[in-house]
Design a protein around this ligand. Sequence first.
Ligand SMILES: Cc1cc2nc3c(=O)[nH]c(=O)nc-3n(C[C@H](O)[C@H](O)[C@H](O)COP(=O)(O)OP(=O)(O)OC[C@H]3O[C@@H](n4cnc5c(N)ncnc54)[C@H](O)[C@@H]3O)c2cc1C
Ligand SMILES: NC(=O)C1=CN([C@@H]2O[C@H](COP(=O)(O)OP(=O)(O)OC[C@H]3O[C@@H](n4cnc5c(N)ncnc54)[C@H](OP(=O)(O)O)[C@@H]3O)[C@@H](O)[C@H]2O)C=CC1
Ligand SMILES: CC(C)=CCC[C@@H](C)[C@H]1CC[C@H]2C3=C(CC[C@]12C)[C@@]1(C)CC[C@H](O)C[C@@H]1CC3
Length: 427
Amino acid sequence: MCTGRPGWLTMSLRLGQYKKKLHQIYLPLMDVLDIDTSRQIVRVEPLVTMGQLSATLLSQGWTLPVVPELDDLTVGGLINGTGVETSSHIYGLFQHICVSYELILSDGSVVTCTKDNEPDLFYSVPWAHGTLGFLLSAEIRIIPAKKFVHLQYTPTYTLDDFIKKFTYESTRKDPHQFVEALAFGPDRSVLMVADMTDQPDPKKINKIGHYYKPWFYKHVETFLRKGPSEEYIPLQDYFHRHTRSLFWQLQYIIPFGNNQLFRYFLGWLMPPKVSLLKLTQGETIRKLYEEHQFIQDLMIPLNSLKEAIGVLHDTVKIYPIWLCPFLLHADPGMVHPQQDSGQMYVDVGLYGEPQVMGYQAARDTRKMEAYCRKTGGFQMLYADSYMTKDEFCEMFDHQLYDKMREQLNCKSAFPHVYDKVGRKTLL
Ligand SMILES: Cc1cc2nc3c(=O)[nH]c(=O)nc-3n(C[C@H](O)[C@H](O)[C@H](O)COP(=O)(O)OP(=O)(O)OC[C@H]3O[C@@H](n4cnc5c(N)ncnc54)[C@H](O)[C@@H]3O)c2cc1C
Ligand SMILES: NC(=O)C1=CN([C@@H]2O[C@H](COP(=O)(O)OP(=O)(O)OC[C@H]3O[C@@H](n4cnc5c(N)ncnc54)[C@H](OP(=O)(O)O)[C@@H]3O)[C@@H](O)[C@H]2O)C=CC1
Ligand SMILES: CC(C)=CCC[C@@H](C)[C@H]1CC[C@H]2C3=C(CC[C@]12C)[C@@]1(C)CC[C@H](O)C[C@@H]1CC3
């Protein structure tokens, strides 16, 4: 079985060809069920999207501690896959802000698991991609929101200076609420730290969410020339700052999309729905993307970042690179740090056309996957994974997952996670 959500509607690169062979279960569950401000918990159904949830919560003065960026990401996808954002250096991944999951298992029974009640199930759901049961609802933590974020930009001009500042901001004892960086070259980066506030300086307010405003990453790049700066951005605009340009993917789809005239006259049409692009894609465009675009997030220990930037420069040379630190909690499950306590990792996001000569998608992605395993890191599974099953099992800890698959009679009910996300099975 798998969910009946069509592959073109999802925010992953794949079209979900496995769905054709499996029995599809339709789960039209798209409601925000309850906002309990005394417990600071929101209860939601799996098809609730980030755009929908953040708008609902913000109107009441609340927000999720981790708001993954793109509007159409769903709670179900983020729990059964994973989610990360610029507050993750404090709170961890999307799974770490979840308190309970209500699931329907292969035998039709409904169970609610938390870290204290059915902990094995609770810890094995994230990253399992719906191969242990179907999610019916989840309880997620909420925190008070403010109206603006105070965002400070610091350009750096050497890799060493960048690594020093980024590591400091990611690991300091009194951290800023949001930490992010964009690397525009091996030696040119802009570090961004931000905090929520209700008292913006009116002269420094920048409503970056307006359709006619420059794409956010282009705006950030200007600080390499202008030097350090600060501004106040409405919180909702901040949460969805990379949505309008799909990070920097829109430049390949609409190369003139950031042109001032285009933005003023037609900017309100942006971004095109990812689902519409997927639905209308066609085989030629799909192949072009597969062969000429490298879209991957590598989640590696922070102390490997300097080396990783060098390796990525030699292997794919794609800029900007999205850098987002996150705390990997020492919980059981598919991903955990190599030490007994939480460890700071960094999501290294590459979304673009490799600028190296002779790039070959399968060969070079496998090279990056091998490098990722070597550092003790892992790959985000919305993207294409070219690993063999043995390599996949080396990257993701299958101990608890295998135990739960056995215990819950999953083997005849759901495919193995590798068979859902592995590129080889789609060829
Ligand atoms: C574009 C869009 C934006 C949205 N934005 C928001 C938002 O900002 N905030 C928010 O909270 N929600 C939002 N939603 C979700 C919306 O609130 C829900 O879809 C809502 O349930 C729609 O109500 P409806 O009357 O159309 O119900 P329907 O879509 O008809 O039904 C909703 C659910 O209730 C079930 N249901 C219906 N009747 C019964 C019955 N008699 N017994 C048992 N179950 C039943 C259906 O199976 C379905 O699961 C949005 C949805 C869309 C499509
Ligand atoms: N900032 C971020 O963190 C970003 C994250 N992403 C990634 O995008 C993906 C989320 O996209 P989205 O379109 O929301 O999700 P998808 O529909 O792509 O779902 C992702 C996986 O979760 C499973 N799943 C979804 N809902 C349920 C459910 N109710 N019960 C059981 N399994 C379920 C799906 O199973 P099935 O195949 O059976 O449908 C699928 O394997 C995640 O993998 C995430 O990591 C992408 C961009 C940014
Ligand atoms: C911030 C994190 C962790 C990830 C961001 C990933 C996004 C940049 C990609 C997620 C889904 C991707 C898709 C495309 C572009 C890049 C993403 C938005 C396309 C729109 C590219 C054009 C194709 O025709 C369809 C793709 C669908 C998925």
